[in-house]
Design a protein around this ligand. Structure first.
Ligand code: HEM
Length: 373
C-alpha cells in the first residue's frame, strides 16, 4: 500500500470515499488529530456484539474510568513479571521449530507465541490450550476467499466460536470470583475505581477485546520486523552483531510495516480537516500505516532504518486510546527476536519464498514467512 499512501498524501490527503461514504485521512498531523481529538472524532461504534460495550468504543469521560479499571492488570510491574514465562514459551517454540525442515516463522513462532501468552494471562489451563487457540483463531478470522469460504459460512463459524468462547470465559470468571488466583481475571475482578467495579459482561467483553486487539497485531509485529530485517540480510547481520539495537529495530518495524494500518472514528459535528469539510456523523478512517511513512515527519520515510532515533511513530495510536497492550507487545517482540538472535543467528529467508500478505484493510502482516537457518 506504500505507493497508494504516497499518492494520497500528496494528491488527496483527506479524501471522500463515495462508495463507502467515509473520509480517508493520510497525513501524519491529520491522522494524529483524528485519533486524539475525541471532542470531534468519536470512538463510539456499533461494533460487534461482544466488544461493542468495550473500552475501545468509548469516549471520555466514561472511557477514563473504564481504562483505569483495566489498566490495573497492565501495570509495568505486572507486565515485567511475565518476562521469564514468555522467554520460556519462545524457547520451547524455537526448539520445536528447529527440528522442522520447513520452518515457517509465522506459523511456528510469531503466531502461537501471543496466543499462548494471553491464554496464560487469562488463566486458561494447559489442557484447554488447543481449544482456546482454535476459538481465538476463528473469532478474528476474516473470510478466506482463497479457501472458497463464503461470507455466510465465515459469519456462522464466528458466531459459534463466539458463543463457545463466551461460555468458556464466563466459567473461568465464575471460578475466579469464588476462588481468586494470581491471573489477570482475578485482578480485574477485584479492581476498583471510585468504589465501582467492572461488571461481568464488561469483563467478558474485555477478555474478547484482548484476543482481537492483541494477538494478530503482536504476531505481525514480530513477523513484519523479521521480514524487514531478513529481506536486507545486512540488517539482520548487524542486529546479531549489535543486539543493543533491538529496541530501535522493533520501533522501526512498528513504523515501517505497522501491524494496525487504520483505525476509525465518527464525527460528532462538522469539522474541517486538511482543507476538507467533513459533515457530522461521518466515518473517518485514520491511516496509521500512511502517517508512519509520511516524509513530512520522517527522514528516509520509505526505508527501514534499523537505528532510527528518534522514532515518533504512532503504530500504537495516540491520545486516550493509546494501546493499553503496548508494553506487553514490545516485551513479546523483544523476547521473540532476542531468542532468534541467540538461537538462530544465521537465519535467512527461504529461497523463492512466497510472501503473501494478509488480505485486510486494517491488518498488515504476512500469511507465512518461510526461513532457513
Ligand atoms: C488499542 C495497536 C498489541 C490491547 C490500540 C490502538 C492501536 C493498537 C493503534 C488504538 C485504537 C484506537 O485508537 O481506536 C496495537 C499494535 C499492537 C497491539 C500495533 C502490537 C504490535 C496489543 C496487545 C494488547 C492490546 C498485546 C493486549 C493484550 C489493546 C487495548 C486497546 C488497544 C485494550 C484499547 C485501549 C483503549 O481504547 O483505551 N492498540 N496493539 N494491544 N490495544 Fe493494542
Amino acid at each position: 500500500p506504500a505507493d497508494w499512501y504516497r499518492q494520497m498524501r500528496s494528491e488527496a490527503p483527506v479524501h471522500y470515499d463515495e462508495e463507502r461514504d467515509c473520509y480517508d485521512v493520510f497525513r501524519f498531523d491529520d491522522v494524529q488529530r483524528v485519533l486524539a481529538d475525541y471532542s470531534v472524532f468519536s470512538s463510539q461504534r456499533a461494533g460487534e456484539e461482544l466488544t461493542s460495550q468495550s473500552i475501545i468504543n468509548m469516549d471520555p469521560p466514561k472511557h477514563m474510568k473504564y481504562r483505569q479499571l483495566v489498566a490495573q492488570a497492565f501495570t509495568p510491574k505486572a507486565i515485567d513479571a511475565l518476562a521469564p514465562r514468555i522467554e520460556e514459551i519462545a524457547r520451547e517454540l524455537l526448539e520445536e521449530a528447529a527440528d522442522r525442515p520447513d520452518f515457517d516463522l509465522i506459523r511456528d513462532f510469531s503466531y502461537p507465541l501471543p496466543v499462548i501468552v494471553i491464554a496464560e494471562m487469562l488463566g486458561v489451563p494447559n489442557e484447554d490450550r488447543e481449544k482456546f487457540k482454535h476459538w481465538s483463531d476463528v473469532v478474528v478470522k476474516g473470510v478466506d476467499i482463497e479457501a472458497g469460504e463464503t461470507i455466510e459460512e465465515n459469519l456462522k463459524a464466528r458466531q459459534t466460536a463466539n458463543q463457545e468462547l463466551a461460555m468458556y470465559f464466563a466459567d473461568i470468571i465464575q471460578r475466579r470470583a469464588i476462588n481468586p488466583s494470581n491471573d489477570m481475571i482475578s485482578t480485574l475482578l477485584s479492581s476498583e475505581v471510585d468504589g465501582e467495579k467492572l461488571t461481568i459482561p464488561e469483563l467478558l467483553g474485555f477478555a474478547f477485546l484482548l484476543l482481537v486487539a492483541g494477538n494478530e497485531t503482536t504476531t505481525n509485529l514480530i513477523g513484519n520486523t523479521m521480514l524487514s530485517l531478513l529481506e536486507t540480510p545486512a540488517n539482520w547481520e548487524r542486529l546479531v552483531r549489535e543486539p543493543e539495537l533491538l529496541n530501535a529495530a522493533i520501533e522501526e518495524g512498528l513504523r515501517f510495516r505497522s501491524p494496525a494500518q487504520s483505525m476509525n472514528r465518527y464525527t460528532k459535528e462538522e469539522v474541517e480537516l486538511g482543507g476538507v469539510k467533513i459533515p457530522a456523523g461521518k466515518e473517518v478512517i485514520a491511516w496509521i500505516g500512511s502517517a508512519n511513512l509520511d516524509d513530512a515527519k520522517f527522514d528516509r520515510a520509505d526505508q527501514f532504518v534499523i537505528d532510527r532515533n528518534p522514532n515518533p511513530h504512532i503504530a500504537f495510536g495516540m491520545g486516550p486510546h493509546f494501546c493499553l497492550g503496548a508494553p506487553l507487545a514490545r516485551l513479546e517482540g523483544r523476547i521473540a527476536i532476542q531468542a532468534l538472535i541467540d538461537r538462530m543467528p544465521t537465519l535467512r529467508l527461504a529461497e523463492g519464498a512466497d510472501l503473501k500478505t494478509v488480505t485486510s484493510p486494517i491488518i498488515h502482516g504476512l500469511k507465512s514467512l518461510p526461513v532457513v537457518r
